[in-house]
Ligand binder design. Structure first.
Ligand SMILES: [Zn+2]
Ligand SMILES: [Zn+2]
Length: 190
């Protein structure tokens, strides 16, 4: 969703929009799809650039690392960025020089031209807000590291009485992943 910031009123403008976020690649090879994000915020010209303050809410559709089941993770957050319009490669070089000298530059957001892509801004915010690992619930038992039994579905563990060997853990996990793939991705046709 594109927004032209070249002609803002000095008092700024309010944004209240539903912004679709394109699916993006994340840790561990999964692609994260999100519900369209609700965004409310404000764009206001300042001496550092155009200030974009916003509050968003969405739901990310993830696949649990332990049990490989799809689940939804509600996400919400607030952010504040200063959009800096750039023209061409020279403008971007100049921006990078400026950002290097400015310890507060983390909130500077370079634009190509004077158009901001709100979907891209939100995609970054969602990426930052995602947890380190996708786990459907803290106590998710996932698969037995010894025999690959699906403990989430109460499949009986077959390693009782047998010492577990760590070398099989990764194989069991891979086997489970492959079996799951054969059955289709759990997030499909949600
Ligand atoms: Zn799980
Ligand atoms: Zn087992």
């Amino acid at each position: 969703m594109l927004f032209d910031i070249s002609d803002l009123a000095p008092g700024g403008v309010a944004i209240d929009a539903t912004v679709p976020i394109p699916p993006f690649p994340w840790e561990g090879g999964q692609v994260v799809a999100c519900d369209p994000a609700r965004l409310s915020g404000q764009l206001r010209p300042t001496s550092r650039g155009v200030e974009l303050r916003g509050r968003y809410g969405t739901k990310a559709h993830l696949v649990c690392d332990r049990c490989l089941t799809g689940f939804d993770l509600p996400l919400e957050g607030e952010f504040r960025l200063f959009l800096v319009a750039q023209v061409g490669a020279e403008g971007m070089d100049e921006f990078e020089r400026r950002a290097e000298d400015d310890p507060d530059a983390v909130d500077l957001y370079p634009l190509e031209g004077d158009v901001v892509d709100l979907a891209e801004v939100l995609r970054e915010q969602v990426d930052l807000a995602l947890p380190y690992r996708a786990i459907c619930r803290e106590e998710c038992p996932g698969f037995c590291p010894g025999c690959g039994a699906d403990l989430t579905k109460k499949e009986p563990c077959r390693c009782a009485g047998r010492p577990t060997d760590d070398r099989w853990t990764e194989l069991a996990r891979l086997k489970a992943v492959l079996e799951q793939r054969k059955g289709g991705t759990p997030t499909e046709g949600r």
